[in-house]
Write a protein that binds this ligand. Structure first.
Ligand SMILES: [Zn+2]
Length: 298
């Protein structure tokens, strides 16, 4: 089967909570809604998993049954550029996430790398890289299947420019490129105004990491409000005051024949994920009518 673009939610949509859905009910509910990905939120975890192996496996089984692509968002309490004890605790949190991600069969453990703090930026980054090499080694030694997914970050004081994330992906094996387009927009103070702005990032990724990495990236998308320091708040797709517009990304996805997993991080989760799916479909159909010979896969 050809690779396809998938859409899903960052955590359980509020409407599912109203149905009193259990975690293992989420895959079938997402499938019913027309979605095919789910990012489990382990964002408040410490050094211990807060899901049992049994529950994680049950979620994984249901995800497989309903063909829902699972990912996990790791703890927010990670700073690989911090003091030694902070880095040690951060590594433990990443590994706890990786273990649980492996239980549920999540493909990628998305995480925020760290903060520059008072360190010189390149030194802070080097510290992160060294810590990640050790985490990756532990993950390999434990024979865990999940990939590490460093994410592009929205605030200027966070490690996570597109260049830094690409360098991590080059230097460390078993990584999955994670591009949060809203974050990049905010970090660069409204960078994505036209299609060419998004295209430039795609071209940069393609020339640095290759077409395959570009085409199979893991994405987060939300409209985003920012200040001079970058990201401030996520907003729904219909919010006209903020960008970026999903249509810009949709055009680039079609042009570069990309088939990412796109996790919706707007406050409307499933509703906006479906909206994005529809926009991409329209973009594909528009392209098809211009060039009927082109074989489209969706
Ligand atoms: Zn994140």
């Amino acid at each position: 089967m050809a690779e396809q673009t998938r859409f899903g939610t960052a955590g359980v949509p509020p409407t599912f909570r109203l149905l009193k859905a259990k975690m293992h009910d989420v895959p079938s509910l997402l499938r019913e809604a027309g979605l095919d990905a789910f990012e489990y939120q382990a964002v408040r975890w410490g050094a211990q998993s807060q899901i049992t192996q049994k529950d994680a496996e049950k979620l994984g089984d249901e995800a497989k049954k309903h063909d829902i692509h699972l990912s996990m968002h790791g703890s927010y309490f990670i700073n690989l550029a911090g003091k030694d004890d902070v880095v040690a605790a951060s590594k433990e949190r990443l590994i706890a996430g990786a273990i649980a991600a492996d239980w549920m069969g999540a493909h990628v453990l998305v995480f925020h790398t760290g903060f520059y703090g008072k360190l010189e930026k390149s030194y802070a980054f080097k510290t992160c890289l060294n810590a990640l090499k050790e985490v990756n080694q532990t993950i390999n030694d434990m024979n865990l299947k999940v990939k590490l997914g460093p994410e592009t970050m929205g605030r200027k004081f966070q490690v996570g420019s597109i260049d830094e994330i690409m360098t991590i992906c080059q230097e460390i094996e078993n990584t999955q490129l994670v591009v949060d387009w809203g974050h990049l927009h905010a970090r660069n103070l409204g960078a994505f105004k036209k299609v060419d702005d998004v295209r430039a990032v795609a071209e940069k990724i393609e020339s640095t990491l290759g077409s395959k990495v570009l085409q199979s990236m893991h994405c987060h998308f939300s409209k985003i409000e920012f200040s001079s320091q970058g990201e401030r708040k996520h907003h729904p797709l219909d919010e006209p005051r903020y960008g970026p517009e999903f249509e810009l990304l949709a055009k680039v996805l079609v042009d570069f024949k990309m088939h990412p997993t796109i996790i919706c991080e707007t406050p409307l989760l499933d509703i906006d994920a479906l909206k994005m799916k529809k926009m991409l479909q329209q973009e594909l159909e528009g392209k098809a009518s211009v060039n009927p010979q082109q074989k489209l896969v969706f």
